[in-house]
Design a protein around this ligand. Structure first.
Ligand code: G1P
Ligand code: ZN
Length: 553
């Protein structure tokens, strides 16, 4: 269907920004702030203007637009469409009701050879009027905007004083359609179909379907966020999992009041179902915008670092990866479990800074096929974002192929490769000054630690991690304080770049036990010496006044 709206005359408006727009530096995933901040005068518009003024190819280009359905999603889509028309975009592809997961957006950008995409989401942060909102910018490869682009956007925001838009009545995006506005076509597509088709190209749906229908009950928690409709289509309609498999499956503007972060704290209901009852053999959850995943088995939580290692070790179970992997990559704080598998497979393993954008060049240049982060993010070269449901299907495919349970697979893995005991301790909403002082104080002490004992073991490396991109040779420094011990154990300390209240201090702990050691310990116990040592050295309890972390993963 095609009809025109206001097409006889478009008035281009140049709106003066009357209130000073505080310059906004995008973080790793775009601009993420409170919903209230985004509602304030011209705030969203100013940032979007900076995007349209800096993103290459805007005039005459194709733009993908959608979001995770949180409060503000639809309104922002209208604002951005009006501004995109004024900036000469030729085609805007958005989705029914504006619902589009981050990996599905990445797929659409690549499929339509778009100049990029704008994804409205604050990822795993709570939504609603009292929650957070966000604007993520992706480039033409489908991945998060490069550092050089986000720096340009930031520079532009520093002297912005007006933005361009048009007058636009409310648009109906509740059904697939084509709407002509001036010279711009707004195409409303079903946001689910293309993504589902991509998954069907990668995995053997029939094999997974037979497996789960044969007494392998699964539960999926969409946490009232974007993956609900995708998961219902894939798990219930196509794979035949029983009705009700997908819990909290309707995207709600405030995510039903829950915190859409798939970990043991915020997805506790699902975790209890898997860990405290025998009802289900497999459980999974995804975050607000669908790029994160948590995998659970009956009485078994899969640490995300281990998950990447298991996917790598068993990639030959999946049709799309059966011919082998180019290589793999993990972010620096992610455990070295995947390194051991890569060595065994004879492929390269890259260590990058935190944030998905650092995988982009490695994926584009076919240096790697799989990559992941300890923060519940796993993905491959099928898109340029981490992909929650893809990881769920990957796990189901391996289990279907090997006809085993999650915990058997983990035990088998550790008995072959050894176990990397791993945990992340987050201290949230720490006073900014206290957190910064704690960090700089520890950084200053690092050089003196070398060759000294830490938790009874000799320190070999103590530094602030820096990275040189092997493809474009760009340098990124100050990516986290590392203390690496002689036996391979590590403690890493970072300040979060995505938190919106105060500072979030992240402490990452890792300790390797070889296949002939004790592989069945409780991770917190296995890491207790490191936990005590870093608390003493960095004075975490003393300086923050917090005697325990807010979230332990
Ligand atoms: C967090 C995670 C990081 C991830 C990012 C976006 O960033 O730690 O791995 O890439 O969210 O999902 P942080 O808050 O630690 O800067
Ligand atoms: Zn996310």
């Amino acid at each position: 269907m095609s009809f025109s709206l206001n097409s006889s005359k478009i008035d281009f408006l140049k709106i003066k920004i009357d209130e000073a727009f505080q310059d906004q530096k995008p973080g790793t995933s775009g601009l993420r702030k409170s919903t209230k901040q985004f509602l304030s005068n011209n705030y969203l518009q100013s940032f979007v203007e900076a995007i349209f003024k800096t993103l290459p190819g805007v005039n005459g280009g194709i733009l993908i637009l959608g979001g995770d359905g949180r409060f503000g999603n639809k309104k922002a889509i209208e604002v951005i469409i009006a501004m995109a028309v004024a900036h000469g975009i030729s085609r805007i592809i958005t989705t029914v009701d504006g619902i589009l997961s981050t990996p599905a957006a990445s797929n659409l950008i690549r499929k339509h050879k778009a100049i990029g995409g704008i994804i409205l989401s604050a990822s795993h942060n709570p939504g609603g009027q009292d929650g957070d909102f966000g604007v993520k910018v992706n480039g033409p490869n489908g991945g998060p905007a490069s550092e050089s682009l986000t720096n340009e956007i930031y520079s532009y925001t520093k002297h912005i004083d007006s933005y361009q838009t048009i007058n636009l009545d409310a648009l109906d995006i509740s059904i697939p359609s084509e709407i002509l506005i001036g010279k711009t076509v707004v195409e409303v597509v079903d946001g689910i179909e293309d993504y589902v088709a991509l998954m069907q190209e990668i995995f053997d749906f029939e094999k997974i379907s037979c497996f789960i229908k044969n007494n392998f009950p699964i539960a999926f928690d969409a946490l009232n966020a974007v993956t609900g409709p995708y998961a219902k289509k894939i798990l219930e309609d196509l794979l035949g999992a029983s009705a009700g498999t997908v819990r909290n499956g309707i995207p709600l503007e405030d995510f039903g009041g829950c915190h859409p972060d798939p970990n043991l704290t915020y997805a506790k209901d699902l975790a209890d179902l898997l860990l405290k009852s025998d009802k289900y053999s497999f459980g999974a959850a995804c975050d607000g915008d669908g790029d994160r995943n948590m995998i659970l088995g009956n009485q078994c939580f899969v640490n995300p670092s281990d998950s990447l290692a298991v996917l790598t070790a068993n990639a030959n179970c999946v049709p799309a990866y059966a011919k082998g992997l180019f290589g793999v990559a993990r972010s620096m704080p992610t455990s070295s479990a995947v390194d051991v598998v890569a060595k065994e497979l004879g492929i390269n393993c890259y260590e990058t800074p935190t944030g998905w954008k650092f995988f982009g060049n490695l994926l584009d240049s076919e240096k790697i096929t799989l990559c992941g982060e300890e923060s519940f993010g796993t993905g491959s070269n099928h898109v340029r974002e981490k992909d929650g449901l893809w990881a769920v299907l990957f796990w189901l495919q391996i289990l279907a192929e090997k006809q085993c349970s999650v915990s058997d697979l983990m035990k088998e893995h550790w008995s072959k490769y050894g176990r990397h005991y791993y945990s992340r301790h987050d201290y949230e909403e720490v006073d900014l000054e206290i957190a910064n002082n704690l960090y700089t104080n520890l950084e200053a002490r690092l050089p003196s630690l070398i060759n000294q004992n830490f938790a009874g073991i000799k320190v070999c490396i103590a530094d602030n991690f820096k990275y040189q991109d092997p493809i474009d040779h760009s340098l990124t420094d100050a990516q986290g304080l590392r203390i690496i011990l002689e036996d391979g154990s590590r403690v890493v300390l970072r300040l979060s770049g995505t938190g919106t209240k105060g500072a979030t201090l992240r402490v990452y702990l890792e300790n390797y036990v070889s296949p002939d050691g004790d592989l069945a310990q409780d991770p917190q116990r296995a890491l207790s010496a490191l936990i005590t040592a870093i608390d003493q050295l960095a004075e975490i309890t003393k300086r923050t006044g917090m005697d325990k972390p807010t979230v332990i993963t």
